[in-house]
Design a protein around this ligand. Sequence first.
Ligand SMILES: [Mg+2]
Length: 373
Amino acid sequence: MRRITQVEVFPTKIGLKTKFNIGTGFVGDQHSSGDHIFVKISTDDGYFGWGEQRALPSWSYETTESITTTIQSYITPVLIEKDPFEILKITDEINTILKPAVSNGHPFARAAVDIALHDLVGRILGVPIHVLLGGKRHSQYPLCYALSIDTPEVMAMQAVALDPCHCFKVKVAGEPGLDEARLRAINDAVPEAKLWIDANQSYVPSQAIDLIDRIRDIRQIATFEQPVSSQDWFGLKRVREHSHLPIAVDEGCFSSYDLAKIIQLECADAVVLKLCKSGGLRECLKTAHIAEANSIELLGSGLTEAGIGFVASLHLFSTLDFILPPELNAPAFLESMVAHGIETRDAVAVIPDRPGLGILPDEDYIIENQIHF
Ligand SMILES: [Mg+2]
């Protein structure tokens, strides 16, 4: 039997090209880099697989340190000596030693490991990850890029500069008048582009309804994501009852169990899928399947993961159908994707057909920019 013999974890700093702000505050800029945690899993017969996630504790609680030590101290002992083909049994064991509280537990750490296991198995079998999931439905995906919160004029210029992208995640900040001005300026600057509003929990329900009333005439706005606090189910329901736009849930839905509750409460029309919050590819698919069977529409996104996390999302998303282009914005924001072999041109990403992820990380960059603590 083939055995896993080594798990290596590399917390790494990757700079952003520009400043990035969302509804909960500052994400990063050229001087304040994001932290990405890379994982390499190796076997006794020379195979390896890579995974990655980005720590963003202002979005969800896991930190660079917690993701690194969770993998090193809790998940690695489960992986060592295991047959990498038994991903479901390995996942069950990890989920037994890392129990969730109300929603998902340590999903970012588990997702990085799950990606590495799928890359490893794909490399051993000589098939891409999307084949392990049933095969791709899409060979390429146009991407949606995010517009960082700024003045209406600057956000409009950001959209023009990102041409030929045709769909923008417009970050808004809980200010109905100013957010309306932002949306109108962007719509005037790129009138053909679809606009996907994301408030990142920055509104109270009455103010979110005020914004919705102000923007009824802007036909290019396709959805309004996470207007209110992640735990405010009833606030979300109130907003939805007053909205002509589909209301999407993101921070309020980390798992298929969360989605089951949201469906019972009738408080969302769409769900945002993200590998990081799901804890892995199959957990994310479970949420997608629950959504499809309940007429909840799908949106795909990420947290500006570098190349490994970006391509893992592409493999998963290539098996699904979304109502808008997936928002995977790393090519627009990161100074380096820290990977070789990614094919992204003019805001269109090609789904790799090589074994595993179909790309390799830039190990020199990872070593040079490794975080030591
Ligand atoms: Mg979001």
